[in-house]
Design a protein around this ligand. Structure first.
Ligand code: PRX
Length: 638
């Protein structure tokens, strides 16, 4: 039996028990047997959730790219590492072998060095899903620079916030991005973002779409000529175990986004270990995760986890609906995909279309299906199981977070019996607990509470960039000596976990975490607006959609409300991105508030759902009259 590769349920329990009873031995054996170290650790784990301070593999030295690339050059040099499938199906797919990946990453790393990037510097990467994105990420890791990838769907303002917060002095971008039949002008967005940011002194530009762009003298440089000149040999920078590997921003319920910091050794071990078990990867498999590398799923399960296991990992530039709704399945057939990992929102969108889009293609190569990012509803689960997996491919419903670095609760395929909507059991090393309203741990089964973790795991984030206090306040203060996930969960009669959703003001729309506060801030900037409150409501494809209650300054004036709605959504698109647009807007004279002035979102949520019977006692509110007005939709006089 191997700790590293679990093959049946009995092994799972044995390995799980060992991981709990002897965590340090467990994680030490895994690290020792499956990774390349320049120097071994002196101490496996040191932790204190009160500070919080979490350190794994202290004293160890390594470079993650030697694990993801160099070591495969001995036995997998000509194996495809990254299989790039372009947006346009007429454009040829690229098979980048491990040898080629090594050369391209080294060249890129040398370019970064030649442009003044040093160990510990932050590099912001704002690229579409093209090979240069993965290569830039790995090149940063090669020289110890800290990558901060920003999803290329984010607006100039959102990008600016992340550049400033991380203190990135370089940005890697492209002229444009293809997205279905659209071309997005990425470089233009970067130009806008950095107008007032003087720390950025270099912008490297990939030529992807041949879009006409402005190049600022001395700051903007085309990447291709630099790469041609640069050497394909680059000695890996030796990193300490706890040196930061990357920053990745995630929305918080308040304030600006949180730059989650992941460090080198623990993240590597955890992303690789979970990849191996969740996807049961075998040497000839072709694995495809449809996420964008701008999210943690792309970091851990397109780049680091698969490459650390010598896998072939697909990068898809396009979208599921272009040129038609059969695109995913066409790619599965074309590349004989064996593991397919996507989001419930994509499944729901595709399930709405004719089954013919699926049945046109041969999906018999598929062995394992995965989902991530939000709860998967039963209907979508069955559609996926019946039509894509043909009832023979286990579905792994994987629960985790940007903060956790890797999958935490999930079935292990062919081992854990699945139940639709249940993420099932914790992975080895993971100790979930449910906590009641009084902070007490809920023992036994058939319980529901706040989902917390009582013991560290190697992949967990170590801090929030430049704001350790916020890290403590957000994750380690809700429940004493525990990591609080922000999710609620229930544990059923056999100990399976089902995630019931966020317990804070984060709303998951199409699998994207959106904090309500930044959206409200964007709305409130509109000159016609006094204040606003956002709540989520169920949506058949997005999972949740957003409804905004907005107090206007000149309520009741004969202003064109449709125009105003469009302006508000435009404002949100500019400040955050199209993903945060509101589906419903109700203008109002006021928002329900308690005596201390806090907006009662709970009441607004119920009104949005039409659950007005259960609003509770509203007479104690500061302004009970607005509740009636909002319910009756009379809050707006047009
Ligand atoms: O609420 C949970 C939900 O997504 C949140 C984490 O979002 P993010 O940091 O963007 O990472 C997404 C990709 C890992 C969680 O707190 N979530 C994620 N996976 C699931 C889920 N909810 C239910 N079931 C899941 N499988």
């Amino acid at each position: 039996m191997s700790n590293y590769h679990i093959k049946n349920l009995e092994e799972y329990w044995q390995v799980y028990r060992k991981s709990i009873n002897e965590p340090e031995i467990f994680w030490s054996e895994i690290a020792e047997e499956h990774f390349l170290w320049r120097k071994k650790w002196d101490k496996v784990l040191e932790w204190d959730f009160d500070k919080p301070s979490i350190k794994w593999y202290q004293g160890a030295e390594l470079n993650i790219t030697e694990n993801c690339i160099d070591r495969h050059l001995f036995n997998r040099a000509d194996k495809t590492a990254i299989l790039f499938e372009p947006n346009n199906p007429q454009e040829k797919a690229q098979h980048i072998t491990y040898k080629q990946l090594s050369e391209r990453v080294n060249k890129m790393a040398n370019v970064l060095k030649s442009q003044g990037v040093n160990k510990g510097d932050r590099v912001c990467i704002y690229l579409p899903m093209i090979p240069e994105l993965a290569i830039s990420v790995l090149a940063c890791a090669r020289i110890g620079a800290i990558h901060s990838v920003v999803f290329a769907g984010f607006s100039a303002d959102a990008l600016a916030t992340r550049i400033k917060d991380s203190g990135s002095k370089m940005i890697i971008t492209s002229d444009g991005a293809y997205r279905g039949n659209k071309t997005i002008e990425l470089k233009k967005i970067v130009d806008e973002a950095i107008v007032d940011i003087d720390i950025v002194n270099k912008v490297l530009v990939v030529n992807r779409t041949k879009t006409k762009i402005n190049m600022k003298n001395g700051r903007d440089i085309w990447l291709a000529p630099l790469l041609i000149k640069s050497s394909d040999i680059c000695e890996a920078t030796i990193m300490k175990a706890e040196d930061p590997l990357f920053i990745l921003y995630t929305s918080g319920s308040t304030g600006k986004p949180k730059g989650m910091v992941h460090t080198t050794a623990g993240y590597m071990v955890y992303s690789a270990y979970t990849f191996k078990n969740i996807f049961q990867y075998q040497e000839k498999d072709v694995y495809w995760c449809t996420a964008d590398i701008g999210w943690i799923t792309g970091h851990s399960y397109i780049i680091y986890g698969p490459l650390a296991n010598g896998a072939t990992t697909v990068m898809f530039e396009g979208i599921p609906s272009y040129p038609d709704y059969g695109r995913f399945w066409e790619i599965v057939e074309k590349h004989k995909i064996t593991q397919f990992y996507t989001a419930p929102t994509a499944i729901r969108a595709l399930a709405k279309e004719k089954l013919d889009y699926v049945n046109r293609y041969d999906l018999s190569s598929l062995k394992i299906l995965g989902t991530v990012g939000e709860p998967i509803n039963e209907e979508a689960w069955h559609w996926y199981n019946d039509n894509i997996g043909k009832g023979k491919s286990p579905i792994v419903d994987t629960w985790w977070q940007t903060e956790t670095g890797g999958i935490m609760i999930s079935p292990i395929p062919f081992s854990t019996p699945t139940i639709p909507t249940y993420a099932t059991l914790p992975l080895p090393g993971i100790q979930p607990v449910l906590v009641g309203n009084d902070g007490e741990e809920l023992q036994g089964n058939n319980k529901e509470g706040k989902l917390c973790m009582k013991f560290p795991w190697p992949g967990m984030a170590r801090t929030i960039w430049d704001n350790h206090k916020r890290f403590k306040d957000t994750y380690f203060s809700e429940v004493k000596n525990m990591y609080f996930t922000g999710d609620g969960a229930l544990r059923n009669a056999v100990g399976y976990y089902r995630i019931t959703g966020r317990t804070d003001d984060v709303i998951i729309v199409s699998g994207h975490n959106l904090g309500t506060a930044p959206i409200e801030d964007a709305i409130n900037e509109h000159p016609a607006v006094v204040e606003s409150a956002i709540v989520g409501f169920p949506h058949s494809i997005k999972g949740n959609a957003l409804c905004g209650y907005i107090t206007l300054k000149q309520y009741g004036e004969s202003r064109d409300h449709d125009n105003l709605k469009a302006e508000i959504n435009q404002m949100i698109t500019e400040r955050i991105g199209g993903i945060a647009k509101l589906d419903q807007i109700q203008f109002t004279v006021g928002l329900p508030k308690n005596r201390s002035g806090k907006i009662m979102r709970r009441i607004l949520r119920k009104i949005t759902l039409g659950d007005i019977e259960n609003l509770g006692d509203t007479s104690t509110l500061l302004n009970p009259e607005v509740v009636e007005l909002i319910i009756e939709g009379r809050a707006v006089k047009v």
